[in-house]
Design a protein around this ligand. Sequence first.
Ligand SMILES: *Cc1c(COP(=O)(O)O)cnc(C)c1O
Length: 380
Amino acid sequence: MTVTFAEKLALMPRYRAGVPAGQAPEAIASGEIAQLASNESPFPPHPRVVEAIRNAAGAMNRYPDPGATLLRRRIAERYETEPARIAVGNGSCEILLAAAEALCEPGAEILYAWPSFSIYPHLAALTGAREIRVPLAAGEVHDLDAMAAEVTAATQLVLVCNPNNPTGTHLPATEIAAFCEQLPARVTVALDEAYVEFQTHDDPDATVDLLAEFPNLVVLRTFSKCYGLAGLRVGYAIGSARFRAAVDAVRQPFSVNALAQAAAAEAILHSDDVARRVEGTIVERIKVEEELRGMGLTTADTEANFSWIDLGEAGEADVVAGLAERSIAVRPGAPLGDPGHIRVTYGTAAENDRFLAALAELLDNCASSATKSLEDEANR
Ligand SMILES: *Cc1c(COP(=O)(O)O)cnc(C)c1O
């Protein structure tokens, strides 16, 4: 006899780390590995945020504030809303998982686009809900009309990732509003906006304004990307007070630790610093996208801090391995739902140049070996 686990365990997708385990932190810190696989910020946190973490460290004998009072109040002030409508989590991933638990059970349906964020398949596996995936439309954008058409009496949760990970594509708030209009008010729409600060279509808070009109809408944001705090794990949701209460009911009370609360409460005061980081990222985005097009590659129309690259004739596995040999970590497309692609995060200017040079070299090698095998064939 051996221990038996829950059947759902077999359904849980496995998270794959962006950099092989064991060599990560030191090699990344020293610049030996260009870590362009996890959509992190290449910039360290604001000095005042680091100071806030240091100041909080001496009180680690105490449990954190289970209500995250200061952090939730600062987030509420930033969005001119009430703290009762702010849920915080151990990363916005925790809020996604808690939302699924609070909203879904066997028989329920979760609807989302594909390819999209790799955590979404966990939600159905965890709760026993059925997942309905709607393929992205031409241009790798969410097909919101096709998604609305898939809503049934069983639909409990609809996920819209905007900008979408891994494609970077973004839909303006007017289209999100038109989508919400089409859905029954009993269905929760979770708008996952981890990259919203990087998009240039809209005022980044245009979707937050929609909350007044749609009480079933939830906007999810995170400190992991443009704030440069991925290691601390803090995300938040702005929605109804009922949504916040439901999420809190299914989780352990201390999921956002005291250092994370102190850091995020400081970080949200530095919007000028966020704007500066975003500008730096957009400069790199324009450069990288232009160079990729110059290599004859097709990319999705990104509004995020990463590019989604169609490798065409070149093999995804060969390119990923070739980059890894040069100590450059990117995300292969196959596990993300679309083989033949890679997703590359913008790092520092130097890291991006290193990536572009390595990719150009690999594509040249691919092309010349293809030509050579054609010649070999002709000579045979
Ligand atoms: C990175 C990311 C998040 C944020 O995850 P955290 O748990 O807050 O670190 C959420 N959604 C998407 C689509 C992401 O890519």
